[in-house]
Design a protein around this ligand. Structure first.
Ligand SMILES: NC(=O)c1ccc[n+]([C@@H]2O[C@H](COP(=O)([O-])OP(=O)(O)OC[C@H]3O[C@@H](n4cnc5c(N)ncnc54)[C@H](OP(=O)(O)O)[C@@H]3O)[C@@H](O)[C@H]2O)c1
Length: 315
């Protein structure tokens, strides 16, 4: 799906019809692209369940959305911290008890550019632990419900996948020897994307019916670069943010909503802004570097991730 196929502006939410009766789950939806994605989906009549780690921020986000869209807006949240696998399990259990249908599970939450090596309570380097392992487990636990709903899974990647190491560092997943805020973030986003493409392959091989799509938000003005990033990174980002190289958080949400709602998208593809450096511009299909589709690396990553998260896939 070339951006031009959607017209000069590329894909925009104008293409979305009435979403009444549809339910979308979004991780990390109290801020940034996830919040904007929630707003757009809700404005089209959908129900949105946010999976967020912070109760106060979540309540505020829900208040804001209701103020803007009306008190009857169907938005709620379940507390989930992707850093703690037991809490991901608890949240998934609650979802399975309370949400009968998942039209799309949008894996949007992330941390980035953490200045010093940090660990999740499960002992994983924090960016890999939160961005990849947390979502790996969540997708595993909710997969059957998504399939029963004839739904889809959306993985929010990053152009960073082609920066950094460009492969998975199996010999040192925690970066004990070579921690670097950007390389390590890029490694986690590459892991998310490689898993998503391998999931597409295995779904097909197992004759399952879930679609999986991968996108990126370009460079968007969100809260991703925060106090956990180095001072230099924050200064550089705040300068970039006021330039035309960076777009709004709302525009950053378009690719994930497109992947959650648009028909006839291709798998083994990668969607996002297609303008300058893929940071801004009309949303459509972006070039995907072939190393992301390396099935040998992906199979090993799958195995390592199952072990790390203590979960197994039955296909
Ligand atoms: N912004 C960009 O330019 C850019 C570029 C490339 C890729 N991306 C990707 O876009 C996606 C959205 O990020 P964003 O830019 O919108 O950033 P953001 O404004 O920081 O939003 C990230 C969300 O993830 C949540 N989160 C972080 N750690 C979590 C955890 N342990 N458990 C549950 N939720 C957690 C955050 O919650 P709190 O509010 O509690 O921290 C927040 O709601 C991410 O996947 C990111 O990698 C962004």
């Amino acid at each position: 799906m070339n951006a031009k196929e959607f017209g000069k502006q590329g894909w925009t939410p104008k293409r979305i019809g009435d979403l009444s009766g549809k339910t979308y789950l979004i991780t990390g939806a109290n801020a940034g692209a996830g919040f904007e994605a929630s707003k757009i989906l809700l404005s089209k009549g959908a129900e949105v369940l946010m999976l967020n780690r912070n109760e106060n921020k979540s309540n505020k986000a829900i208040d804001d959305l209701k103020k803007q869209l009306g008190a009857a807006t169907k938005v709620s949240f379940i507390k989930m911290d992707l850093a703690q696998l037991s809490l991901v399990r608890n949240a998934a259990e609650e979802v399975l008890k309370t949400i009968p249908k998942i039209d799309a599970l949008i894996c949007n939450a992330a941390v980035a550019q953490i200045s010093k090596q940090d660990f999740t309570p499960n002992g994983f380097e924090s960016q890999l632990g939160i961005n990849h392992y947390g979502h790996f487990l969540l997708i595993n636990l909710l997969f059957d419900r998504v399939e029963q709903s004839n739904g889809r899974i959306v993985v929010v990647g990053s152009e960073g996948y082609k920066m950094g190491l460009k492969t998975i560092q199996f010999e040192d997943m925690n970066f004990d020897k070579n921690y670097h805020p950007n390389n390590t973030y890029c490694h986690s986003k590459l892991a998310q994307m490689m898993f998503a493409y391998e999931l597409q392959n295995r779904i097909k091989e197992a004759n399952k019916s879930v679609s999986v799509y991968v996108c990126h938000p370009g460079a968007s003005k969100t809260s991703l670069i925060n106090k956990d990033a180095s001072l230099m990174t924050r200064i550089m980002w705040s300068i970039l943010s006021i330039s035309p190289m960076v777009q709004s958080a709302e525009k950053g949400a378009y690719p994930e909503i497109m992947c959650a709602t648009e028909d006839h998208l291709k798998e083994q593809a990668y969607y996002g802004p297609t303008g300058r450096s893929n940071w801004v511009g009309p949303v459509g299909e972006c070039k995907l570097e072939p190393f992301v589709l390396d099935r040998t690396v992906a199979a090993k990553l799958w195995e390592v991730s199952e072990k790390a998260t203590n979960c197994t896939w039955n296909f």
